[in-house]
Design a protein around this ligand. Structure first.
Ligand code: UTP
Ligand code: MN
Length: 490
């Protein structure tokens, strides 16, 4: 540890040219003493108050930390944390030889009307040696890391997620992914970050993300995040894209036409497509998170449908609920049948059963164009027509009925059918998280010369598809340690 050089404290009156008794601030009263009050943990308003007090007594109090500072005044914070903070360069230029002092030195000086001598009891205790200021480390790809729902840095990840969301809503997907990656790294840390220096060795944390982290650690909030939250454009984009069936492009077009909220949309008389009409009609329900008991209730209905239309067919909960999340924006299911080929036509039968039973408010069944567009050679062409997906809105009967209460609520449900030969790939591909999936595909492509999709794994070196009947086998092909669903919450 760099020894903190002791500085002689100027005794009272030295260098003071008779400017006594004045209540006005007099910056040169004690020219050898330049104070800096650390806002972190002290808080902005207390810092402002104490700074003003100090200046009134003729002390020079700097707003910014610099090499000139001789006394750093701190409150409720450990010496180690302050050293890490100073070394991070957050508050200005690097490290100096300033005294790191508890606020008691300051209050005693205020009482004495001059900077008192620095005694040991004023100094902040420093436990850690420099080498021991432990930083975190993590591998680069999210699919190499175990990310549970136990997030120790929610205040940081909330800030970065919001910036990711804003980038995505602005069509800046590259920036969005960068913020998502940074967020995922912080989500995986075993304990709260206390100093930005701990992050030095971590991947995916670019300058922009680090600046945001620094600011949040320092002051509790990021000015960029707060400004984004307040921005009319962001607010309108959020409200409009929260309508099922409305993407960024549509929302932007409407905003250009002066539509910024639901009422303006209704009043505009815009023609909406079928999904958007359903989205607007069930807006409140669909924006209220789905709970785990509701997901289980949907699962029971899907099971009933399967038992009725194709006994032996199975349904598996996928998406966020499979990862252990307690709520979701929808419920996702993967349907299959243990005999290859028996799943053909299953979606049509399930959907018509659900429709007859009155469980559907909306449905749209598609061949999965998302995967067709994304996956290229990884898709065995013979299975092109087998991967059906149904985006639906369920009319879910509610358990607790009461007078005036709706006896049902609208819930988004995604159904996917896969042949048993592709089941493991579909299961892996639809369990998420989205970033975890993206990182798996990136890992496969960049590190293994393989192409992974929700249908198959293609080895480009051997020019062949690799068969798998479990997720564990796929991780093994990819040369990755197996990560269970509950640890894929990147
Ligand atoms: P969701 O969007 O449902 O996310 O996609 P989630 O993780 O369940 O979180 P909630 O619902 O917001 O709580 C689930 C999985 O399905 C894949 C995604 O990659 C994700 O892993 N998916 C989703 C696709 O493969 N294609 C799609 O078109 C949509
Ligand atoms: Mn989901």
């Amino acid at each position: 540890m760099i020894p903190l050089k002791r500085r002689k404290v100027v005794p009272s009156g030295a260098g003071n040219t008779g400017n006594t008794g004045s209540e006005e601030s007099s910056p040169n009263k004690f020219p050898q003493v330049i104070l800096f009050l650390l806002e972190r943990k002290m808080g902005a308003s207390r810092r402002a108050f104490l700074s003003q007090l100090g200046r009134k007594k003729g002390l020079q109090v700097e707003e910014m930390f610099s090499e000139r500072v001789t006394h750093v005044i701190c409150e409720n914070i450990s010496g180690d944390e302050v050293v890490a903070w100073l070394e991070s360069g957050v508050g200005g230029r690097g490290r100096s030889s300033a005294h790191l002092l508890d606020v008691s030195w300051f209050t005693e000086s205020m009482r004495a009307g001059r900077p008192v001598e620095v005694l040991d009891r004023h100094r902040l205790q420093q436990q850690m040696r420099e080498a021991e200021v432990v930083g975190f480390s993590a591998p680069s790809y999210a699919c190499q890391r175990r990310t549970t729902l136990d997030n120790h840095n929610a205040i940081l990840t909330d800030a970065l997620s919001l910036l990711a969301e804003n980038a995505e809503l602005s069509g800046e997907d590259g920036r969005g992914v960068a913020f998502r990656r940074a967020t995922a790294v912080l989500k995986g840390l075993p304990e709260p970050v206390t100093a930005v220096t701990q992050l030095v060795g971590l991947p995916c944390l670019g300058g922009h993300s680090l600046r945001v982290v620094k600011e949040v650690l320092e002051s509790g909030a990021s000015s960029e995040v707060e400004a984004t939250k307040q921005s009319e454009r962001f607010k309108a984009l959020k409200v409009l894209t929260a309508i099922f069936g409305v993407g960024v492009k549509t929302a932007e077009r409407w905003m250009r036409e002066g539509i910024h909220d639901l009422q303006q949309l209704r009043d505009s008389g815009r023609t909406l497509d079928r999904s958007q009409r359903a989205g607007l009609q069930h807006y409140d329900d669909l924006n209220q998170p789905v709970t785990r008991p509701e997901a289980d209730a949907v699962a029971a209905i899907v099971e009933e449908a399967l038992a009725a239309v194709l006994p032996g067919a199975t349904t598996t909960l996928i998406g966020g609920f499979r990862r252990g999340k307690l709520t979701g924006h929808d419920v996702d299911f993967l349907l299959t049948h243990p005999e290859e080929g028996r799943e053909v036509g299953l979606m049509t039968k399930v959907v018509s059963w659900l429709e007859t039973q009155g469980f559907l408010l909306y449905q749209k069944t598609t061949r999965n164009s998302y995967l067709e567009a994304e996956d290229g050679p990884a898709r065995p062409s013979s299975n092109m027509d087998r991967f059906d997906r149904c985006l639906s809105i369920f009319k879910l009967p509610v358990e607790v009925k009461g007078e005036g209460l709706n006896p049902w609520r609208a819930v988004r449900v995604d159904l996917v059918v896969s042949p048993i030969s592709q089941f493991a790939f579909a299961l892996l591909g639809w369990t998420g998280s989205k970033l975890f999936e993206r990182e798996l595909r990136r890992w496969a492509g960049h590190e293994k010369a393989m192409s992974l999709s929700s249908h198959a794994l293609y080895d480009k070196t051997q020019s062949r598809y690799l068969r798998a009947s479990s997720e564990e086998e796929i991780f093994a092909y990819l040369g990755l340690e197996y990560i269970p669903p509950s640890e894929r919450n990147a």
